[in-house]
Structures are given as structure tokens and as C-alpha cells.
Design a protein around this ligand. Sequence first.
Ligand code: KG4
Ligand code: ZN
Length: 333
Amino acid sequence: MPVILAIESSCDETSAAVCANGMILSNVIANQTIHEAYGGVVPELASRVHQQNIVPAVQQALSRAKVSKNDIEAVAFTRGPGLLGSLLVGVSFAKAFALAKGIPLIEINHMQAHVLAHFIGDQKPSFPFLCLTVSGGHTQIVLVKDHFDMEVVGQTLDDAAGEAMDKTSKILGLPYPGGPLIDKYARLGNAGAYRFPEPQIPGLDFSFSGLKTAILYFVRDNVAKNPEFIRENLNDICASVEKRIATILLNKLSKAANLYGIKDVALAGGVSANTGLRVALQNLCKERGWNCFIPKMEYCTDNAAMIAIAGYYKFLKGDFTSQDVAPLARMPI
Ligand code: KG4
Ligand code: ZN
């Protein structure tokens, strides 16, 4: 019954979790609000705040799980992909903890962990399944053949879906991070009010840069005619943009499911917290008779519980990492 401490520090969330025998006992997430003033994550500030947050986050995770440092049998940590300075804090902490306690280290790929968040709890997808992983840095359709046998069958050629959400919110003059605000205003708006273009990209790949430019010109032209345009139509703009992003994502997911004959489909990553996307996927699954897997809100955005569950499956395989491991800004699945 391995008791695993997990650390996540790939971007701007410092998170620590404890799991025992694959059950999550605690999941502490310290958000970094300092970036709001800059309209995006400032890497240098992120790593400094991780340094301040990491020890209290781990202490809280241990105390909420009611386990002591001496009960921990392995340390799982995010090796990449992510911001190098941010990753370095988590990797260094994990290495020091494992060295001090004489226990194994387990490196985890952050994007695999988003997918493996579906193995927290009782309702688990069956292999092979498709996972649409949509975050601030990635947009991927992943064919998941086993816990660590994953193939990216479609991905974005430019911006990620979360980036499209965040950039839209910036165009609309909303603060960072924009995704949750687009979600909030979209709930009050009419998704059919404005029609934004769907990019015509062959195969299973995505592109969001053309949509971003279309939104930018649409807003600029309308504001030139009516300076109050954004304020008067914010809810409808957010609802229409959100609907278009969800349609782009789900059309490709449908295509992939047909191509691979898959019936279990899952959503993962920060954008999977989006209400419109969650509802649209649930409806699509009902229509097609697919089994739908959507993570709990706390496991959508970056969190260490998903690192812990991934660590648990690696522990069972005896797949450990040496002390000379270094973080990787880029780390393919
Ligand atoms: O997975 P994540 O927490 O971090 C990365 O690994 O990138 O994803 C963050 C992204 C951001 O772009 C954020 O705006 C978006 O997820 N996001 C949302 C929502 N919550 C977070 N986008 C739309 N609706 C939401 N409710
Ligand atoms: Zn993430």
C-alpha cells in the first residue's frame, strides 16, 4: 500500500498531494495571484513564488492526509513540460525529500498526468480511449492504449485552446486568467449572437490563431462604430467565442472517435473546467452512445493529485528515477 507524496509546479500553481494505494488523501493547490497585474504568467515571478509556497503546501498536504513525513514511501514530481524555473523548484524539492528519507523518486509527464486524472475515483475509462487534453499550453487528442502508452493523434499547429480563451479575454479588456471569466459571462449570453470562423485544417490537428485574429478584427471594427460595444455585448461575445472553440474541439474529437472506433471519450486539462465545453461533450456522448469521462473541477486545472495517481501506477511497475534527473521544458508524451 504505497503512500506517495506528489509535487506539481510546472506553471503558476504550486500543488502537493498525498495518495495511499491509489486513493487521494489530500490535494493542496496554492494559486499565484501575482501574475494578474501583468496580464499573463511571468516565469521569473512564478519560480520565486513556488519557492515560497512549496514547503507550506507540502506541510498542509501531509497534515490534511493525516500522514507524517516518515510514512511517505515515494515522491512523484512533474519533470515537464512547463516553465523551466517553475519546474526546477518542484524537482529540487522532490529530490531533496527523497534523498533525505532514502525513498524512490518518480518522474511524471504533466500531460500524461492530465489524462491519468481519470483514474482518480471509481469511474475509470477502459483502454483504448480518446482524451481531449486542452490546457493553456497544449491542445491534444490522445489515443490512450495503456496508463503510459499514449499517442498524440491530433494537436494544435499554433495556439492552444486555453490560449485562445485567454487572448480573447485580453482583447475584451478582461483580467488574466481569462478562461474562467469567458465561462462566467458566456453563461449569461446568447451563443448564436455572432458567428466566428471554423478553421479548415485537414486531419485531426487544430489551429486557433485565425480565430484569434478574427475576434480581434471583429472587436476592433465594432468598437470603432460604437465605443460601448464590448460593455453592451460582453455576454454574447463570450458565449459565441466559447461555442466556436467547443465546436472546433468536438468536431475533431468526433472525427478521431470515428477513425479509431472508440466509445470511451475523456476531457482533461484546464479548459475542461469550461461549462460550455463540458455540457457540449456530454450532449455529444449521449447522441453517439459514447461513455463520457469528465474530471471533477479540482482535477481539471493543474493539481498534484493527478501527479500522485500517475506516480502510483509507475510505483506498481517499479519505474523509478535517478537523483541526477533534471526538469524538461519540452517533454513529449
Ligand atoms: O491545465 P492548466 O491549468 O495549465 C496548463 O497546463 O496550461 O490550464 C490553464 C488554462 C488557461 O488557459 C485557463 O484560462 C483555462 O485553462 N481555463 C478555462 C477555465 N478554467 C481554466 N478556460 C475556459 N473555461 C474555464 N472555466
Ligand atoms: Zn496543465
